[in-house]
Design a protein around this ligand. Structure first.
Ligand code: HEC
Ligand code: HEC
Ligand code: HEC
Ligand code: HEC
Ligand code: HEC
Length: 209
């Protein structure tokens, strides 16, 4: 039932998908390249994207610029502190789900194994403690999220040697996360070409019944 719904959605997208005027649509960009093994996005595209956001932040310090970029989170969690300074492994907090497709984000109670006693006077930690007390899920704002009609599995990619940094950037250096890496169709397809993985539509879009 679910899959029929997905099929209908994909077909609708294919039927009605009209490229916006003056822009290179992701699908066309991904498939226009010949298979000569281009592995990166065009630098021109990247620079264009970068310069439009940098003008407004020209006068901010690097730290401020970084902080302005990502969504404000309900608890000001810093990867730089935990994964960087404290060298906590990514997998310690991001255990795989049962299928390994998605990675989990820890519950407040998990954080409390340390924060029961560490930095208890910090306002962020006090907020965290409030969530833990009432066992409420912390409403983290998602940074990387694919539309529901795309299938993706962390397990498959990690098994083939991809690293977290390849798809998510220098996470351990970030005070606040932002979407610094592209997870567009073009990025997926470019790497699939380079690694000789399938670029059939049905690999990523469930077309089978
Ligand atoms: C091949 C690219 C790729 C690699 C390698 C990768 N990720 Fe991801 N990650 C993604 C994509 C794409 C999403 C969005 C998935 C979705 O919305 O279904 C995501 C989502 C996430 C999420 C949100 C929860 C989820 O599973 O949707 C976390 C946490 C995460 N990644 C952490 C990591 C960590 C930690 C590593 C290394 C152990 C890693 N990722 C390696 C591409 C990757
Ligand atoms: C293994 C122990 C450990 C775990 C687990 C842990 N932390 Fe921390 N956390 C620390 C330490 C150590 C500091 C630094 C305290 C200091 O600088 O005084 C810290 C600092 C913080 C701070 C304050 C940052 C600042 O502004 O200085 C917040 C907020 C925080 N952690 C949130 C979390 C959240 C949310 C989780 C769970 C996702 C978590 N922590 C899990 C050890 C841990
Ligand atoms: C102490 C626990 C902890 C450690 C260690 C940790 N993370 Fe996280 N991670 C979190 C929490 C909490 C969030 C949600 C808040 C946020 O986005 O900053 C998160 C969010 C993320 C996301 C964004 C997911 C999404 O789509 O919203 C990615 C990607 C990610 N982590 C990757 C990593 C990588 C890579 C490492 C290792 C370098 C790592 N994390 C280490 C706790 C941790
Ligand atoms: C770093 C390179 C790389 C990136 C980036 C990448 N992939 Fe892959 N992907 C691979 C490799 C390698 C395989 C394994 C192919 C095989 O099994 O022969 C694979 C396999 C897959 C599979 C098949 C899974 C299975 O069960 O066999 C899907 C679906 C997939 N990728 C989706 C995506 C999507 C969606 C994205 C973008 C968000 C993406 N990939 C980005 C390298 C990549
Ligand atoms: C390696 C994975 C992968 C393959 C192969 C793939 N796609 Fe996609 N596709 C994606 C991802 C990821 C998105 C979501 C892009 C986003 O959110 O920006 C997407 C989005 C789309 C969309 C929505 C419009 C858009 O550009 O966001 C359409 C339509 C689409 N794909 C059609 C196709 C067709 C047709 C094929 C085969 C010729 C195909 N895709 C092959 C990963 C893939």
């Amino acid at each position: 039932m679910m899959q029929r719904w997905r099929l209908v959605l994909l077909l609708a997208l294919l039927a009605f998908w009209i490229p916006p005027p003056g822009s290179t649509p992701a699908v066309a960009a991904a498939f226009a390249q010949n298979s000569a093994g281009t592995t990166t996005n065009s630098p021109a595209q990247n620079n264009a994207a970068r310069s439009s956001s940098s003008t407004a932040q020209e006068n901010a310090s690097p730290l401020q610029t970084e902080l302005l970029r990502g969504p404000e989170q309900p608890v000001p969690f810093s990867h730089k502190q935990h994964a960087g300074t404290l060298k906590m492994p990514c997998e310690y907090c991001h255990a795989p789900s049962r299928s390994g497709a998605t990675l989990t984000i820890p519950r407040a109670s998990f954080c409390m194994q340390c924060h029961q006693t560490i930095a208890t006077d910090n306002p962020g930690v006090q907020k965290l403690t409030e969530y833990a007390k009432t066992d409420r899920t912390i409403p983290w704002v998602r940074v990387y999220e694919l539309p529901s009609f795309v299938s993706f599995s962390h397990k498959v990619h990690l098994q083939h040697g991809a690293t977290c940094e390849q798809c998510h950037g220098a996470v351990a250096e970030r005070v606040r996360l932002y979407k610094e890496s592209d997870i567009s169709m073009a990025t997926c397809v470019n790497c699939h070409r380079a690694k000789r993985a399938s670029v059939d539509c049905s690999t990523c879009h469930m077309l089978e019944q």
